[in-house]
Ligand binder design. Structure first.
Ligand code: PAF
Length: 283
């Protein structure tokens, strides 16, 4: 496994691979790997002849009061895990090379970002779309894999790829959970032992919404009200949003017909956690 830090070197290697007719699979990450990341690598390994994983904690997707500085980092552990997954290249670009002085170009997906996390994290998706566009131009992947826990991010990137004619296939992969249901996230690291039970309120809420939906409650307002009351019974929690929306446009819906996305963001102590589920009428 090669560790590449230099943009030109990564780009030249990708050019060489493409000339050799190799299919490039790519997993962009901010590191601090958990099983969710590893599942993306495994899928990438199957799809591509070569597999690139980037580790870059992208400063421009964090708000001024967010956790950029304390975002967990452990390169030694990450590279050992990547090696085990038979990753060909770990690409670790340098912040100064990604955003040199005078940098001034950004990518904005305007509508999908006006919902859910886009409301409480202004500028976040602009930072994500920009860095992913840059990484795509450097790594030149045929396939790029993203976890569906970040469902909005997945939609934003798919839209960017469509609108800007990037020649890459975006693959969304199922959320990987702890045995009790907690969605895996590098930010779970922030949870204190006494907050772990409260963190489970997200998964339990999704299950509760699914039960309500499957037993005939299709009124989104009523489901949301139940969920909000339920989350409030857990200590340490502060609700950011609970949404039932269209899974393609992310616009809020009142009455669930065939399908809806139930998405929520809850602060539990220092950790801001997100999770989601598709509510669907079983055929
Ligand atoms: O999901 C993430 O880890 C990040 O948002 C991404 C896609 C690597 C962009 O920095």
């Amino acid at each position: 496994m090669q560790v590449i830090k230099n943009i030109k070197q990564m780009s030249s290697l990708s050019d060489k691979w493409r000339q050799e007719g190799k299919k490039i699979a790519f997993v962009p990450t901010m590191g601090y790997f958990h099983n969710g990341h590893l599942s993306l690598m495994r899928k990438g390994r199957l799809l591509g002849d070569v597999l690139v994983v980037s580790i870059f904690i992208n400063p421009i997707q964090f708000g001024p009061k967010e956790d950029f500085k304390e975002y967990p980092r452990n390169f030694e552990r990450d590279s050992a895990l990547a090696q085990k997954e038979k990753v060909d290249v770990v690409f670790v670009p340098d912040e100064r090379e990604m955003y040199p002085p005078g940098y001034q170009t950004f990518v904005e997906v305007t509508k999908l970002t006006q919902h859910l996390c886009g409301l409480s994290r202004p500028g976040h998706f602009k930072g994500v779309a920009t860095v992913v566009a840059k990484l795509f131009n450097i790594v030149k992947p045929h396939f790029a894999l993203f976890g569906l826990k970040d469902y909005q991010q997945y939609l934003v990137i798919k839209k960017m790829v469509e609108d800007l004619n990037f020649d890459v296939q975006i693959i969304g992969c199922p959320t990987v959970r702890e045995s009790d249901g907690l969605a895996m996230s590098s930010r779970n690291e922030y949870l204190l032992p006494e907050q772990r039970g409260a963190a489970l309120s997200l998964y339990k809420s999704l299950k509760m919404a699914q039960d309500l939906f499957e037993t005939g409650e299709h009124n989104a307002k009523k489901i949301k009200a139940e969920i909000i009351n339920f989350i409030k019974t857990f200590p340490y929690t502060q609700i950011d949003y609970v949404s039932i929306c269209d899974p393609e446009t992310l616009e809020e819906i009142d009455e669930i017909k065939d399908k809806a996305l139930m998405a929520l963001a809850v602060r539990v102590g220092k950790a801001r956690l997100i999770d989601n589920l598709i509510l669907e009428v079983r055929k």
